[in-house]
Design a protein around this ligand. Structure first.
Ligand code: PLP
Length: 425
């Protein structure tokens, strides 16, 4: 049957077919989608490896990876296979039943971390919500705290739901959404004296501090690695007082730091940690994991309709297996070292423009000098003009979070674009 004949038979669908085939302009997009994002005027259409192409066929090197999410880049064969196989077998049932995929993913995560149990959800914010609920329930039932407080850090980022914008120590995410959720207090990051003071004040009459929730490396807050001595002292304080240490591993976890979990870089083990972004390689999935000692949720305490469905779990498991089989932690360490060395050389060439280069593995930031007018957005725009995607982490930090499969020549390509940006801006 010719295409024309086929389209005749399918006449009721011809209109929608042609609508899909025709280019959808950004102006039209903005008529229908809420304006919650400031988008670049680029419509991305296709990806392969560390590259993506826009609707005009222009190629970009992707050092954003869906913001530290596309662990295996785009259209990775292992993901294509897992997606195809699982959608043809069983994609969703309900947590009313057992599925092998969810059990196998939980087993992999438990065997490859300090945790003993996993709960699955769909995003980073939702994983943190689960951690907050677990910490509160633990405070109430195990420690008899009636008015629990969770301490978080300034410049942190924990998500966009009401409890997680409250946990996020950045007023810009909270403005306009009051009343916020009670029971959160904030301290400066990497400042042990400030934390000890806050705990002493809160626990003055009777214990109130249920948990300390921190990122091992602050991602959105400007790619700021946690200090080893700070986290080790926190671990001691938590042990002494029965406080739970929660690590938000949503951005830095799943191999991005060159270790599977960010907290491994600090020589500590949290009681609870959360994962999302890189876990499914771009398929929506989140996880909240905990030690047996705080595995206190009972049937009915927490749930999610989509959470841990066999589709998302099978794809995440393929991401986990590929991390292992293709030695991607080692690649993250080596390519990360290459990237940081290159960025440090750029910092030395433009000392009046670059203030700092920092990061772990393949999560790195370049901070622009505070005194000059140049912003991270301008550097990112210069990258786009040169066909390289990067993402700001605040107004003065450019963030580099490529897929963990990135190659040496791709790192060189990105470094060249950054050098050009500082040469011309
Ligand atoms: C992105 C992020 C979140 C929120 O994840 P969502 O999937 O957008 O809800 C939470 N914590 C950290 C550290 C993040 O980077």
């Amino acid at each position: 049957m010719s295409l024309e004949a086929l389209l005749q038979v399918a006449s009721p669908f011809v209109e929608s077919l042609s609508a899909v085939a025709s280019p959808f302009t950004s102006a039209e997009f903005d008529e229908y989608v809420m304006k919650t994002y400031a988008r670049y005027p680029i419509t991305l259409e296709r990806g392969a490896g560390c590259r993506v192409w826009d609707a005009d066929g222009r190629e970009y090197l992707d050092f954003v990876a869906g913001i530290a999410t596309c662990t295996l880049g785009h259209a990775h064969p292992a993901m294509v296979e897992a997606v195809t196989k699982q959608i043809q077998t069983l994609h969703h049932v309900s947590n009313l039943y057992y599925t092998a995929a969810q059990g196998e993913l939980a087993k992999w995560l438990v065997k490859n971390s300090c945790a003993d149990r996993a709960f699955f959800c769909n995003s980073g914010a939702e994983a943190n919500e689960g951690a907050i609920k677990l910490a509160r329930k633990y405070a109430h039932t195990v420690r008899g705290i009636t008015n629990p407080v969770i301490i978080t850090a300034h410049a942190s980022f924990h998500g966009r739901t009401l409890a997680t914008i409250t946990a996020t120590g950045q007023p810009k995410y909270q403005q306009g959404f009051s009343p916020l959720v009670p029971g959160f207090e904030y301290v400066p990051y990497n400042d042990i004296a400030a934390l000890e003071q806050a705990i002493a004040a809160l626990d003055q009459d009777k214990p109130r501090v249920a948990a300390i929730l921190l990122e091992a490396l602050q991602g959105e807050g400007g790619v700021r690695p946690g200090d080893r001595a700070y986290f080790q002292r926190i671990r001691e304080i938590c042990n002494e007082r029965g406080i739970l240490l929660i690590c938000d591993e949503v951005q830095v976890g799943m191999g991005r730091s060159g270790k599977l979990w960010g907290f491994e870089n600090l020589g500590i083990e949290p009681d609870i940690f959360t994962s999302a972004k890189g876990l499914g390689g771009g398929i929506p999935i989140g996880a909240m994991l905990c030690k047996e000692s705080c595995n206190i949720f009972q049937p009915g305490d927490h749930a999610s309709t989509f959470g841990g469905n066999p589709f998302a779990c099978a794809v995440a498991l393929a991401v986990c297996h590929t991390l292992e089989a293709d030695h991607l932690l080692q690649n993250a360490q080596e390519r990360g070292e290459q990237l940081r060395t290159g960025l440090q050389a750029i910092a030395q060439r433009y000392p009046e423009k670059v203030a700092d280069v920092r990061g772990w593995g393949l999560i790195n930031g370049l901070e622009i000098q505070a005194e000059i007018d140049l912003t991270s957005a301008q550097v990112v725009q210069s990258g786009i003009n040169q066909g390289v995607l990067m993402v700001p982490a605040g107004p003065k930090v450019v963030r580099f979070v490529p897929p963990l499969i990135v190659t040496a020549s791709e790192v060189d390509h990105a470094l060249h674009a950054v050098d050009q940006a500082f040469a011309t801006l």
